[in-house]
Design a protein around this ligand. Structure first.
Ligand SMILES: *[C@@H]1O[C@H](CO)[C@@H](O)[C@H](O)[C@H]1NC(C)=O
Ligand SMILES: *[C@@H]1O[C@H](CO)[C@@H](O)[C@H](O)[C@H]1NC(C)=O
Ligand SMILES: *[C@@H]1O[C@H](CO)[C@@H](O)[C@H](O)[C@H]1NC(C)=O
Length: 269
């Protein structure tokens, strides 16, 4: 008896919630906040915004995200310092110590040059003009690291200042695996030299924790960062995006003294 009376009400609630969800997912800042009760408070996490025009190419931080030379992943990076449940007026989370070269991040010249570090060439000195502008997303051959020969074969025209290299790392989903994998693809030293000498590229993005292959990580970084005119963007999330020209927007945190910083990076079609 009771059941029969309650059912239409429940149905009505479900319907009205569905309606709120459908309307709200289009473009509002907080897409799924509905007034249908606690069960309906399910935020939507998106990879694509603006009707398929805006791609989030930053990785969402995860405890099991890979971390340089670690088998255990990043680990806990956030904790609730003050909480409403425990009597505070607000919830306040805090970040715990973790490498600034975690997740999607940029490198500043101080990363591999001690005298640049001492002189203050940190992420706060990186050029926002370079971090924001037209960029070319290219697929590189999957059977090699990015050598001089590969760089040459890509035929990247002069005048292109920002290039994102998508490699085998994306196919292998390396950023989704907890254990750091030294076999990731990246620039070899001769590829870095070729890029510096023969192209106008000043921003380099790739899809794992270093733009440079593991075996030549330091020599390649030295080549790329020596003139302090190239910005490196690492661990980009490039799945399901067509190669081509986009507007890149990359905003690292403003951290004086830090030779790297997590960054939010997006591509706009
Ligand atoms: C955080 O705050 C909200 C209210 O704004 C509260 O409902 C929730 O329980 C709090 N979370 C924790 C973990 O205390
Ligand atoms: C609340 O306080 C208790 C006791 O100090 C602690 O164990 C618990 O983790 C706290 N919970 C939150 C959500 O801060
Ligand atoms: C790239 O170099 C790494 C070593 O840094 C190696 O393990 C890997 O097999 C190379 N990748 C390709 C596709 O040759």
């Amino acid at each position: 008896m009771m059941m029969i009376k309650i059912k239409p009400l429940v149905l009505l609630l479900v319907l009205s919630c569905t309606w709120v969800l459908t309307v709200a997912t289009s473009d509002s800042a907080y897409p799924t906040i509905s007034d249908c009760g606690m069960e309906e408070l399910v935020p939507v996490r998106r990879e694509v915004y603006g009707n398929g025009r805006i791609f989030d190419i930053s990785h969402s931080f995860r405890e099991d995200m890979p971390s340089w030379d670690s088998v255990d992943g990043l680990g806990q990076f956030l904790r609730l310092r003050h909480s409403i449940k425990n009597g505070s007026l607000a919830n306040v989370s805090e970040l715990k110590y973790f490498s600034v070269h975690s997740g999607t991040h940029v490198d500043a010249p101080g990363h591999v040059f001690d005298h640049y570090f001492d002189a203050g060439f940190d992420v706060d000195t990186l050029d926002l003009e370079l971090l924001n502008g037209p960029a070319l997303l290219v697929d590189v051959p999957r059977d090699k690291n990015i050598t001089a020969e590969v760089m040459k074969s890509l035929n990247i025209p002069k005048g292109i200042r920002r290039v994102i290299f998508r490699t085998l790392n994306t196919d292998r989903r390396l950023m989704w695996k907890k254990e750091f994998d030294t076999s990731f693809a990246g620039l070899m030293k001769d590829g870095a030299e070729w890029l510096v000498e023969n192209t106008d590229i000043k921003l380099i993005g790739t899809d794992y924790l270093s733009v440079a292959a593991y075996v030549e990580a330091i020599p390649s970084h030295l080549v790329l960062l020596e003139a302090r005119d190239i910005i490196l963007v690492e661990s980009l999330k490039l799945d399901h995006i067509q190669p081509g020209i986009y507007s890149l927007h990359c905003l690292p945190l403003r951290l004086p003294g830090a030779e790297g910083s997590p960054a939010r990076c997006i591509l706009i079609k």
